[in-house]
Design a protein around this ligand. Structure first.
Ligand code: AMP
Length: 402
């Protein structure tokens, strides 16, 4: 890859941010102050609006489905979140008030700090990877030296792939999130052909590759990873965001080995915590989502708890618990039919069994995941949280007396 050619090509194009106003979360705002440069824009006005079907970007899980189910899933509209389209350039009070409801954070408009991002503002480095709709490059913001990842999405591929909704959702949701275990989206801009996302750089790449290389993770590592995922999901659920596509392919690893949930293409902001659309990846799909969309079949953020159980199983066993033919996988998920190998410790087995529960309401809550003995055993922060949560109850009488 000839970086100088790439940079030269970037220099030739004009990339103006067409956003005329700016919604900023309080957290983003403080970031802006501290770094003095980056800010978040949430308009995706250049994307053609479309109600068409959705596809996944990376792993094509839906292709694994039987044709009937696949079409049912693919045709399911996945969000009611409506974002401003290109024909609503002038912001109406409606669109602003709608966007105010997208997160719990206080949103406010600060046109004065709207940063007009463009490619010449970045030094472009090595390619980090290639997704279905574009490439990701290491980059440095010139004025601050801030290292980030630029994801370059091609508009024609997005509309051909009919994933406009997914991209909008990803930008809208991710730009309002700030948690150490959630990949930050600092901002975005576009030109006539491309949309460029300014992302946090995850130096150690995809968790999926780590898992494939190591085959499975030792329990201490799996426990620390599950604790981080539980913390991230707790944060998301507090903001009424269900991720709905938790799996190793959608998790990146930061410079210190910390996990960062990415790929919010399937996530959804659902303030009433109930959704009845169907999407996601078959191996990780919870039983309530397998049953398909329907008025009587709502599901909640507890879908992510099931996926956390599948993830934990895959970390410890090297494969997902329901891996089988497509039909068999569906049948086995519907019955929670899985076996945990004897190589897995009793404590870990207990947590998997508390997560992979058919009744969503009976799945172990995230607070209790964090204080589960298997997590506590391997995680210092878990231990502290455990002590705080359990108080005197679990201390020995001598400890209490001293
Ligand atoms: P995506 O289009 O999001 O699937 O990204 C394609 C590939 O680029 C991923 O599989 C990662 O290997 C890499 N990548 C994406 N985003 C980042 C990031 N923020 N930091 C480091 N690598 C990334």
């Amino acid at each position: 890859m000839d970086v100088s050619n790439l940079e030269a090509a970037f220099e030739r194009i004009t990339v103006a941010d067409e956003n005329d106003d700016l919604l900023v979360t309080s957290t983003t705002s403080s970031y802006h102050k501290s770094k003095g440069a980056l800010s978040t824009t949430v308009s995706v006005s250049a994307l053609a609006s479309s109600n068409s079907a959705v596809n996944r970007q990376k792993v094509p899980p839906l292709q694994k489905l039987a044709a009937t189910n696949a079409s049912r899933i693919v045709n399911a509209s996945v969000t009611k979140v409506t974002l401003p389209s290109h024909d609503s350039q002038s912001r109406t009070s409606d669109s602003i008030s709608h966007r105010r409801t997208l997160t719990d954070s206080v949103l406010y408009i600060q046109p004065s700090i709207a940063k007009q991002w463009s490619l010449p503002m970045f030094d472009i480095g090595k390619p980090l990877g290639k997704g279905k709709f574009g490439r990701v490059y290491l980059a440095k913001e010139k004025s601050t030296g801030f290292v980030c990842a630029l994801k370059v999405l091609h508009k024609n591929e997005i509309s051909q792939g009919k994933v406009e909704k997914q991209v909008r959702r990803e930008i809208e949701i991710q730009s309002h999130l700030a948690h150490p275990n959630v990949l930050r989206l600092f901002g975005h801009f576009h030109d006539s052909k491309r949309i460029i996302l300014i992302l946090e750089y995850a130096a150690k790449g995809e968790l999926y590759k780590h898992l494939r290389r190591e085959l499975k993770f030792p329990e201490w590592k799996a426990a620390q990873y599950i604790a981080q995922m539980a913390a991230a999901l707790k944060y998301l659920h507090k903001k009424h965001v269900m991720h709905r596509d938790i799996k190793p392919e959608n998790i990146l690893v930061g410079i210190h080995g910390e996990l960062k949930i990415s790929d919010f293409g399937w996530s959804v902001h659902a303030p009433n915590n109930r959704r009845n659309t169907m999407c996601g990846t078959l191996d990780y799909l919870p039983p309530e989502m397998l049953r398909g969309a329907g008025k009587e079949n709502y599901y909640t953020e507890k879908v992510d708890l099931w996926s956390l159980g599948v993830l934990m199983y895959e970390f410890l066993c090297g494969e997902a618990p329901f891996e089988d033919t497509q039909i068999q996988t569906q049948r086995r998920i519907a019955r929670a039919d899985y076996q945990i190998p004897n190589t897995v410790s009793a404590e870990a087995k207990d947590l998997i069994q508390r997560l992979l529960v058919l009744d969503p309401e009976k799945r172990i809550p995230l607070d209790e995941v964090e204080t589960h003995p298997w997590i506590v055993k391997y995680c210092k922060t878990g231990e502290r949280a455990y002590n705080r949560a359990s108080g005197d109850k679990f201390r020995s009488s001598s400890e209490r007396e001293s």
